[in-house]
Write a protein that binds this ligand. Structure first.
Ligand SMILES: [Zn+2]
Length: 93
């Protein structure tokens, strides 16, 4: 799907419609020292360590795409609700 790089949208901080840049949300790098990560590693250790069956046939064929909208006036960022989509192309209007 083609998505414009810039859209006019209401900014709750500016309280008016402003030009907003569209970009893609990317999850950050996972830290091995995080508590959940350490707990999971401990659970998986040893004989019979796999705690849930590995997904052999995933039901979903697409990934979710979460756009980030950045207001060009106040520089505030908003995450929009993600949609299931195969391919996204940001195009200049
Ligand atoms: Zn704004």
């Amino acid at each position: 799907m083609n998505v414009p790089k810039e859209i006019m949208r209401f900014c709750p901080k500016c309280n008016k419609h402003t030009k907003q840049k569209v970009s893609t949300y990317k999850p950050g790098k996972r830290r091995g020292s995080a508590l959940g990560e350490r707990r999971h590693a401990e659970d998986k250790k040893g004989y019979g360590g796999q705690k849930f069956p590995k997904l052999a046939k995933p039901a979903k064929t697409t990934k979710k795409w979460t756009p980030i909208l950045t207001c060009t006036v106040c520089k505030k960022k908003w995450n929009k609700r993600g949609i299931r989509i195969r391919k996204v192309e940001l195009i200049a209007h």
